[in-house]
Design a protein around this ligand. Structure first.
Ligand code: M6R
Length: 602
């Protein structure tokens, strides 16, 4: 979390920094700040709240027209989201300014040491030790060396942009938190995410861990922490500016929900034909005795659906683990395991940690990732990009449906490469039908909006589904709680009678995933049980299903799909429901409280 943006060139830095920070605001939005370098002096402006607050403060701040600066948007870890704790942080003499994404784990020990040496700290952040540490090693003309020495004693994760009053230079440092350089014409940018660079340049360089870059108007040099010079490859970004704009929608989340037919078509494109699935990597399925899926949040839920998909199609046993649990439980993993890591951002710290654990224990790894060039995408043995386009709303939507699509492709790929060469042509053509079916569901947005008006006053909600639709219930509940702040739980429908049924009364909305599959009849019985206790039933049903419609107080019709595909269709009304509930409660759906899009801390 936290977003870093830095600029050095010939244009006024302040407005470029603000525009860059706005693009990164999804990474954290509780406070922000910038620092400009001009005439051997550092000028800063900080604010609690969102970038817009900082922007209005800058208007009255009388900052110079500098052409060099760094900025930061914060997701607080150490210290409250106040102006004092906002980045940049300075040394005692205000010669060094630092913005940081990550956590300095040994900051307490370093702070005590520095305080004993006379350094005065202004904030409660872990970041501030860095500026004082650099000050300790800085003798007036050794900026780069001082940064190197400071970095060597740090433990934890850090993406840093650092400036010094005496140098027309930005030093960018990476260990564990993402940083990418944007190479323009006599201007250079540094950002936490390539999406923030697109409006300036498409030529980027991804820094790797333990690398630092020295940026000036003359160019850049990248070195290892020990000073060894590294040749870096410039890569071309494929995303366009339009893709990172709202395109007429009120929120990114709504735009991204409506982009799903196209996003899924993009995930399928070039990979699916009547002969089966092809990827740019080759994977011998014979070595795979077990698959372990590792992910967090929404990506974890798509992994739960992936278990059904892969086990059913390939017969290979699949375990799904929260990445954060897997990495710390000394898991049993060996060379015959395939670990699939799923991450929209490709930067989630726990997922990255789990990937490293699986690799260290000998597993082969595949990443299902959306953000091209992200850390996880670069660390895995082989990767499947979603090609869903940038997902900016904090609540994940199109990534979820594209992840499931990618898992289906992967399962078919694994199976077709086995001796028996299974390709179910009917299933593959149903897969290709998905974009059209999604359009059909999206055309009911107005009806979902009306249902949202009923649910918005609730304080709790229960989401029930079975089989492949149980994770959809979990995802529906997660969407509602994260953006509408209504407490919601997802449950396997049959488990309701083992406890949650005690909660049901006329005030409890119960959302049922009641489309036709093997357990459909049993879901109908669960609906009866809720109805008997006066619970309010909101059901996702197939268009031709009068039984489920009769049991529901309100329903949304969806086209029929086999149970391995139905989660992709059934989740759409739940995404819309959460969205409209949140909007009607006046919540900033793209930036709900306490959250950040990319969770780069443990
Ligand atoms: O980028 P990732 O897919 O690794 O992110 C994982 C979770 O942080 C993410 O899905 C989170 O749960 C979303 N806010 C859900 O909408």
């Amino acid at each position: 979390m936290c977003g870093i943006f830095g600029y050095i060139g010939s244009k006024p830095a302040s407005s470029i920094l603000i525009a860059g920070l706005k693009r990164l605001e999804y990474r954290g939005y509780d406070s922000a700040g910038i620092c400009l370098v001009e005439n051997q002096e550092l000028f800063n402006c900080k604010s609690s709240g969102k970038i817009a607050d900082l922007e209005s403060k800058i208007l009255n701040a009388k900052l110079p027209q500098a052409t060099l600066g760094i900025g930061h948007t914060r997701w607080a870890t150490h210290g409250e989201p106040t102006e004092i704790n906002a980045h940049p942080h300075f040394d005692c003499k205000k010669e060094i300014a630092v913005v940081h994404n990550g956590i300095i784990e040994n900051f307490q020990a370093l702070k005590s040491l520095l305080e004993k040496e006379g350094h005065i700290f202004a904030s409660q952040t872990d970041t501030e030790v860095l500026s004082h540490l650099i000050e300790k090693f800085y003798s007036g003309n050794n900026f780069e060396k001082a940064v190197q020495e400071a970095v060597e004693v740090l433990e934890g994760t850090f993406g840093l942009a650092i400036v010094c009053n005496k140098e027309q230079k930005i030093i960018a440092v990476k260990k564990g938190s993402p940083l990418v350089l944007g190479i323009g014409d006599k201007e250079i940018f540094v950002a936490s995410d390539a999406a923030a660079l697109i409006s300036h340049t498409k030529r980027v360089i991804y820094l790797e861990d333990n690398e630092m870059a020295m940026l000036s108007t003359d160019g850049f040099a990248v070195k290892k922490f020990d000073g060894t010079i590294i040749e870096k490859e410039i890569q071309e970004l494929k995303w366009s500016v339009e893709q990172i704009e709202k395109g007429g929608f009120e929120h990114f989340m709504l735009k991204e929900i409506f982009e799903q037919p196209q996003a899924i078509a993009n995930t399928l494109r070039g990979r699916l034909s009547s002969n089966g699935v092809k990827f740019s990597f080759t994977l011998d399925p014979c070595f795979v005795k077990r698959i372990i899926i590792l992910a967090c949040g929404t990506s974890y839920y798509s992994g739960l659906i992936g278990k059904h998909i892969i086990e059913r199609i390939t017969g290979i046993p699949v375990e799904v683990d929260y990445a954060s649990e897997f990495r710390y439980r000394n898991p049993l993993v060996n060379e015959s395991d395939l670990a699939i890591v799923i991450s929209q951002s490709g930067e989630t710290a726990d997922t990255l940690g789990a990937l490293k654990t699986a690799k260290a224990k000998g597993a082969k790894t595949i990443g299902i990732v959306n953000v091209v060039g992200s850390t996880i995408a670069r660390e895995v043995d082989a990767g499947i990009y979603l090609h869903a386009g940038p997902e900016i709303g904090v609540a994940s939507t199109k990534a979820f449906t594209c992840q499931i699509t990618a898992l289906i492709l992967l399962a078919v790929y694994l199976q077709q490469n086995k001796d028996d060469c299974w390709v179910d042509l009917n299933f593959l053509s149903q897969l290709q039908e998905l974009p059209n079916q999604l359009q059909e569901v999206l055309s009911q947005a107005e009806k979902v909006k009306n249902i949202a008006q009923i649910i918005k006053t609730s304080t709790n909600a229960l989401y029930l589904g079975r089989g492949t639709n149980y994770p959809v219930a979990l995802e529906g509940a997660l969407k509602l709680k994260e953006i509408s702040y209504i407490h919601a739980e997802g449950y396997p429908a049959a488990e309701m009678k083992h406890g949650p049924i005690a909660l049901i009364d006329e005030n409890m909305p119960v959302v049922f995933l009641a489309t036709k599959d093997e357990t459909y009849e049993k879901i109908l019985s669960n609906m009866q049980e809720v109805k008997a206790r006066k619970g309010k039933i909101f059901a996702i049903v197939n268009s031709d299903d009068t039984l489920a419609k009769n049991l529901a107080d309100e329903f949304i019709e969806v086209p029929f799909a086999v149970d391995l595909l139905s989660p992709i269709i059934n989740v759409i009304p739940l995404q819309l429901l959460a969205y409209y509930v949140a909007v009607s409660k006046g919540i900033d759906v793209d930036k709900p409280r306490n959250l950040a899009k990319s969770v780069t801390v443990e």
